[in-house]
Design a binder for this molecule. Sequence first.
Ligand code: ZN
Length: 1026
Amino acid sequence: MESANHLNQQEYGAIERAPLPRNMIENSMFEEEPDVVDLAKESPSYHIDSDDVTYEPRSSRLLVRGLGENDMDEDEEDYESSARLLGMSFMNRSSSQRSAASSYTCQQPSRSCSTLSTKTTAVGVLILVLVVSMFMVIYFVPSCTFTKKGCQKSNSSMGSIYPISTSGELFPWTDLRLPLSVHPVHYNISLHPDLNSMTFQGNVSIVVKVLHETKNIILHSSDMNIIKVTFEDKEYRFLEYKPWQQIAIKFPEDLKKGQYVLKISYKANLSNSYDGFYNSSYVDTAGTKRVLAATQFEPLAARKAFPCFDEPAFKSTFVVKMTRDAKYISLSNMPKIKTTDLNENGLQEDEFESSVKMSTYLVAFIVAEFSSHSKNVSKTTVSVYAVPDKKDQVHYALETACKLLVFYNRFFEIDYPLSKLDLVAIPDFLAGAMENWGLITFRETTLLVGNQSSPFDKQLVTSVIAHELAHQWFGNLVTMRWWNDLWLNEGFATYMQYMSIENVFSNLDIDIEFLNVRFKALAKDALNSSHPVSAFVSTPEQVEEMFDSVSYEKGASILLMLNATLRDGEFRKGVIEYLQNYNLSNTESKDLWNSLSQVSKQSLNVSEMMNTWTVHKGFPLVTVKRSGTQVTLSQEHFLLNAENGTDDSSLWHIPLTYVNDSCSVLRSCKQVFHLKDKADSLQLPGQVKWLKFNFRSDGFYIVHYDEQGWSDLISALKVDVNVLPSEDKAALINNIFALSRLGKVSFRQVLNLMEYIRNETETAPLTEALSQLGQIYRLLDKRSDLNLASRMTTYIKDHFGSLMESQSYEVETSVSKMTLRSALLETACALKGPNCTTQARHLFDQWLASNKTLQIPSDLMRTVFKVAAQTDEGWSELLDSYKHSIYDTEKRKMLEALASTQDVRKIIWILQKSLDGSEIQNQEFPLVIHTVCRDFAGYLYAWDFMKENWEKITQKFPVGSFAIQSIITSTTSQFSTKTHLTEVQNFFSSLGAKGSQMRIVQEAIETIKQNMRWMEKNLKTLQIWL
Ligand SMILES: [Zn+2]
C-alpha cells in the first residue's frame, strides 16, 4: 500500500504566514472564551451558506467535551477492553504454542497430550473437564462477563479463558491470531452488490485442509449478516466473537485430517468507510451523481467482504464471480473468462480466472462505469481505468507502467506472473494506492495526468506506480508472514520505487526526494516513541500503526545503506535469490538477510549487520574526533528525549563511510570502516584537512564532529561550495540542526554553517535549510513571538533573498529547478515578499482573464493560488474551480490554497465540508487539516475541531491508520507550551485505551516536550544571534 504521505512530497520548507488575527487567540487558547468568530455578525461575501457553518461558541464546546466515555456504547466498550485485555495476555505466545493450542481439547503443549495412555487420557479428560468446569464457575458465573473488572487479573495465570460469543455460549478460541489446524486452499466467491440499496449478497465456498484434528474451524468475518453455514453440505450453527471479528463452527467430533468444503452465505452493507467492500461516488461533468463499489482490504478488511482466514500467511487461490447491472463493468485480480446473462432485470455475471496463490489482503474487485486504455508489454496486457470524464488522462500512467514492468521483469529475473495488470483510478480512495495483485487501485491524483502536467506532477504519479509495481514481487509474490515484518513489503517497495525511477526516469531527479525521505525517517526515529523496524504487533490498531514512516521510509533507508555497502550487483543477486526461494510463500526478515548473506562475497555477515538495524528502534549518533591522522569513533543511540531512559545497550553494526579533502565528490573517493563496537579508532594513511562521514548520506545515522571537525568542514564550504556532493551538504545541514536539538552543538554553530548557504545553488541543501529554518519559524510564529519571528523572516530573506528574487515565473522543465523554485517562492510569498506576491497576483489575474485556460507553471500553482486565496474573490474563484475541475493534481493545489485562508469562517467551513465529504472529498480531510494547521490563524481551530469530531473522524478513518497519524501530527506538532502539552495529554487520556495507547499519541506528546525544551534552551541564543 502507498500511504498518502507521499501526497505531500513536494512540500518543502515553505513558511506560510499571513495577516495574523492576534487579537483572537493567544498562546493559551484554552483560557476563557477567546473571540471565536461570531458567524451571525456579518454575512460573508463568498457563497458559503450560513447554514453550512455551524460552530458553537467555545464555552459550550468546552462543556460538551466529554468525548469517548459518553458517546461510546457500553457494550462496545466492554468488547473493546476485553479484546485488548486478551490481546495483551496472549501477546507473548509464540507460534509454536499457537499450533499446540490449535485444538480446543488440547490446550497443553502437544507433547503432554500425545504421550498419554488411553486410561490416563480418560482420567486426564475427567480432570480437565472438572478443572474447566471450575474455571467456568469461578470466572463466568455469575458475574464475570469478560470485562475489565471481571477477568483481568486471573487471566494470565490460569491458562485459556474463552470469550463469550454473541449468542452467549463460550467461543472456542482465545487468540487474536487464527489456529493453524485448518488452512484454506481455495475460495469461490460470488458477490452481488446492489448499488441502489448499497448492500451486497455473498456466497463463499472455501476448500479447507485440516492439518491437525480439531473440533473447530475458526475464521474471520466482520460486519456481515451470516445466513447459512454448511460444511460438506450439512448445515451447522456458528458462533461469533465480534471484538476479534472471528466466527467459529463447532463440530461434535474431531475433524480428521483431509480436505473439506465450507460454504457460507451472507448479506452485508457496502461499507461507508474506506475499507472492505465500500461504496464510492462522484459527480460527473454533466452534474449526475455516479456510484461505484470498490475494495480496500489491506491490512484487515477482506473479512468485511467475505468470511475468510484473513492473515497474510494463509495463502490460497481465489475464483471471483460478480453479478452486476449491465451498465457497469466489473474487474478483479484476474482476467475475466466469461459473462453470463442472468435474465433477471438485465443482470449479468462475470467470472474471473482462478488466481495465483495469494494472501486475502490482495484480493480485489470493482463494479463501476469506467473507461480504459490498454497496451501489451512482455506477456501482459496493461490497462489504465478511470471514470469516463477522465479517460484522456490515463496515457502517462499507461506508458509509465509499461516501462516499469519491463524494468522489474528484468531486474528481478522473474516475469510478472499474470496475463493482465490493471491500474484503476478510484474517485474516493484513502490510501495513496493499493497493490492488489493484477488490479492496483489508486487515488485519481496518484494516477491521472492531464496534458498540462509538468514533470513535477509526473514525479508523484511515477513514484506511486513504481511503488505498487514493485509490490507485485515484494508483497504479492513473496509476502511477510505477519504484520510485524510489514517493512519487508513496504520498505522494499519504497526502496525499489526510488531505485527504479533513478534507472528508468532519470529526468525526474528522484534522488532529491529520496534524500528528503531519509531525513524524514531520521526525524521520526529519533523519538522514544519510535519502534523497531520489525516490531511485535497483535491488535488491529497495532497492525494499522505499522503503516508508518519506520516501515516505509526507514525500511527503504536501511536497504539503501545495505546496497551501498555490498559490492556491485550483490544486492540484486541476493534479492533474486530471495524471490526465487520464497516464490508464492511467506517470509520473515531473517530470510531476506540469509539470501543476501549467501551472495555476498565479502566476509560481511549481512544477517548480523542488518539485525542491529531491525531489532532495536532508533539509529546511532556517530561522534568523530580527529587528532592528526588518528580518528576516534564512538556510537550511541540518538534519542531526542533522553529523559525517558536512554537505551545505552543498543549497538549498531555501522558501515561507516567517509571522504576527505583530497577526494570528496566521486563515488570512488568513498572509504569504508565497519564500526561494530561502542568505540573504535581509525588510522588515516596521511594528513587531511577535513573528514566528512556518511558519504552522500547513504547511511542511516547522524554524525557529530568535534569543534575543530565542524569548523574545518564549514571553512572548506565557505571557500568552495562545490567541495562536497549536494547530498553531503544537505546532510550536514540536516545533522547540525538535529544535533542542536539534542544539545550537542550550539545554535551559534548552526548559524555558522548556514553562512555558507549564500553561495549555495543546489536544490537539496537549499531546500533542507529552508525546511529546518521553516520549522523554527513556525514554532516562533505559533508562540506569537512576533519579535523573533520577524527577525527570523529577516534572516531568511537575508540568506535566500537574492535567490528568491532571481527565480523566473516562466515554464521550467528541470524537476530539480522546479523543486527549488517552488520552495523558494512559496517561502517568499508566505513571508510577504513584495515581488513574489505581486508576481503571483499577476499570474492569477492572467489566469482568470484567460477563463482559467492559461497555464500557470505547475510548480508555482500552489504558491499562486495560496496568494490568491487570501482575498474573498480569489477564494471564491478557486472554490468554483475546485468543484468543476477534472484535473486532480490541479484540484489538490486549489484545495491547499483554499485551506490556507486566514479567514476563520472559511477555515471552519472547509474543515466541516471535508469531514462530511459533501463539497470536498472526504479523502482530503487529512490534507485539509494539515494545511490549516500550518498557519497561525487555523492551527488552534484545527485542534479543537479534531477533538470535537473525534468520534466522527475515527468512524471514517481507522484508529492507528495513516490518516489518523497524519491528523494527530498536524494538529499537535507545533505546540511548544506547557498548557498545550497538558491539553493534548488530557484529551487523549479521556479517550481511554483507544486514544492513549496509540503510538502516534506518544509521539505527539514527545514532540511537544521536545519543542518546549528547544525553546527553553535556544530562545536566548536566537535573541542574540538572529
Ligand atoms: Zn506499499
